[in-house]
Write a protein that binds this ligand. Structure first.
Ligand SMILES: C[S@@+](CC[C@H](N)C(=O)[O-])C[C@H]1O[C@@H](n2cnc3c(N)ncnc32)[C@H](O)[C@@H]1O
Ligand code: SF4
Length: 373
C-alpha cells in the first residue's frame, strides 16, 4: 500500500531561515485547492490501491481557510476513504483555530505536526517566526478537545544566540505538552535566505559545529531520560509513536505525491511534480498528472540499492540483511565488507540482531559516512 504526501505551498510570511518550496501569494490558494482536488482524482484513477498513510505538509497547510480545508478533506475522503493508519497535517500554531481542528478530525486526520522551533521569544525573533509558545499550548488543547491524540512538535537547534540550556528548556516545554514525538533539526542556511545574509553582514553569529554537536548530544541524553528515543537522525519518539509516514520514506517503500514540487518514488521510477503553482494548475486543468517530465528518473537496480541503503541507514534500526537479500538478491555483508569493517573500527557502526546500524556518533555524521559507500 503506498503512502501519499500532499504539498500546500503557501505561507503567510517567509521565515528567516526557510528555503522550502512555498509562496506568500495566498491569492492563488483557492485555485490551487481546486486543482489539488482534480489531481487527487487523477491519482486515484492511476493508482487504485488503498493508501496506508497521508501527510499534508508545506508550506503551511493550516493556512487554508475552513472552506478550503473542507474541500480538500472531502476530496481525500471521496477518493481514498478515511481509514488510514496515519493521517498527518502540518500546522503553524498561529493559524490554527478550534473550528479547523474540528474539521481535521471530521476528515480523518489523526496526527498533527506542529512547528514550534524554540520556546524562547528571543530565538523566535532571530528565526523571524510569527508564533509563540502560548499558541502551541492552545493548539495542543484543541487537539485534545477534538480527540487528536498523536502529535509531533518540530524544534530547531544550532540557532544564533541559542544555548544548551535553551535547547533543553524548549525540549522540556514540548514534553510538558505531552508530546510523544519530536523532530529536532540543526539550523541549515541556504545562501539565499534572510538569516544567511544577516550572518554575512555580521548581524548574527552562527554557532560552531562543535557547539551544535554539543547541543544535539545534550538533547539526545535529555530526551532519552524522558522516554523518547532517537529513531532517525532528527526524530525522537516514545515506543510505538514513530511516524509511519516518514518511516515509509526511510524504508524506501512506494510513495505517491500531490501538489507542487512533490517528489515520490513508485516502483523503479522517481517523479517530481511541477514546481510552479501556475504550471501545476494549468497541467491539472488539462487533465494530466502534473509531473515535471524532465525530472522523471528510471532508477537502475544499482540506484535502487543505493537509495535503499542511504535511507535505511538514517534509521537507528539500520539495515536488515535478510530484507536486503529478499529485495535485491544480494548479500549485504559480502557487498560492503570493506566499508562495514572500516566503520566498525571507527566505532560509528554496530552489528544488530538483524544487520547493521549507526550508533549516535554515526547518525550525527551519517551523510559523510554514506558518501564512502
Ligand atoms: C518545511 S517546515 C513546514 C512546517 C511549517 N510550515 C512550520 O514552519 O512549522 C517543516 C520543518 O522543517 C524545519 N526547517 C525548515 N527549514 C529549516 C532550516 N533551514 N533548517 C532547519 N530546519 C528547518 C522546521 O523545523 C519546520 O518546522
Ligand atoms: S518554516 Fe514553515 S512557515 Fe516558515 S516559511 Fe518555511 S514552510 Fe513557511
Amino acid at each position: 500500500m503506498p503512502h501519499l504526501y500532499l504539498h500546500i505551498p503557501f505561507c503567510a510570511h517567509r521565515c528567516g531561515y526557510c528555503d522550502f518550496l512555498t509562496s506568500t501569494d495566498i491569492a492563488l490558494k483557492k485555485a490551487y485547492i481546486d486543482a489539488v482536488v482534480k489531481e487527487l482524482a487523477l491519482i486515484k484513477a492511476n493508482y487504485p490501491q488503498p493508501l496506508k498513510t497521508i501527510f499534508i505538509g508545506g508550506g503551511t497547510p493550516s493556512i487554508l481557510n475552513l472552506k478550503e480545508t473542507e474541500l480538500l478533506l472531502r476530496a481525500i475522503n471521496e477518493n481514498f476513504g478515511r481509514e488510514f493508519s496515519e493521517f498527518t497535517i502540518e500546522a503553524n500554531p498561529e493559524s490554527v483555530t478550534a473550528e479547523k481542528v474540528e474539521l481535521w478530525r471530521a476528515g480523518g486526520v489523526n496526527r498533527v505536526s506542529c512547528g514550534m522551533q524554540a520556546g524562547q521569544t528571543k530565538l523566535l525573533e532571530i528565526l523571524d517566526r510569527k508564533s509563540n509558545y502560548q499558541q502551541v499550548i492552545n493548539l495542543i488543547d484543541n487537539l485534545h478537545k477534538y480527540g487528536i491524540e498523536r502529535y509531533n512538535i518540530d524544534l530547531i537547534y544550532a540557532v544564533p544566540a541559542q544555548t544548551i540550556d535553551d535547547v533543553l528548556a524548549s525540549a522540556k516545554m514540548v514534553l510538558d505538552l505531552g508530546a510523544k514525538h519530536i523532530s529536532a533539526y540543526a539550523l541549515k542556511l541556504e545562501p539565499t535566505v534572510k538569516m544567511a545574509k544577516a550572518a554575512i553582514r555580521g548581524d548574527i553569529t552562527l554557532p560552531s559545529d562543535d557547539y551544535a554537536a554539543e547541543q544535539l548530544d545534550a538533547l539526545i541524553a535529555y530526551l532519552n531520560e524522558h522516554g523518547l528515543a532517537r529513531y532517525e537522525i532528527s526524530n525522537f519518539s516514545a515506543k510505538g509513536e514513530e511516524s509511519l509516514h516518514n518511516l515509509a520514506y526511510w524504508r524506501a517503500f512506494d510513495t505517491l505525491g500531490a501538489g507542487t514540487g512533490a517528489v515520490y518514488k513508485f516502483g523503479n521510477k522517481r517523479y517530481q511534480n511541477l514546481a510552479s503553482i501556475e504550471d501545476y494548475i494549468l497541467s491539472v486543468n488539462n487533465g494530466d498528472l502534473p509531473i515535471d517530465e524532465s525530472k522523471t528518473e528510471n532508477l537502475t537496480v544499482e540506484e535502487q540499492v543505493y537509495e535503499y541503503i542511504i535511507t535505511n541507514f538514517r534509521l537507528s534500526r539500520g539495515i536488515d540483511c535478510q530484507e536486503f537479500k529478499a529485495l535485491f538478491a544480494l548479500d549485504f555483508e559480502n557487498e560492503y565488507r570493506w566499508w562495514l569493517k572500516k566503520l566498525q573500527n571507527f566505532q560509528v557502526l554496530e552489528r544488530t540482531d538483524k544487520g547493521y546500524a549507526f550508533n549516535n556518533r554515526g547518525l550525527n555524521v551519517a551523510n559523510y559516512l554514506l558518501s564512502y559507500l
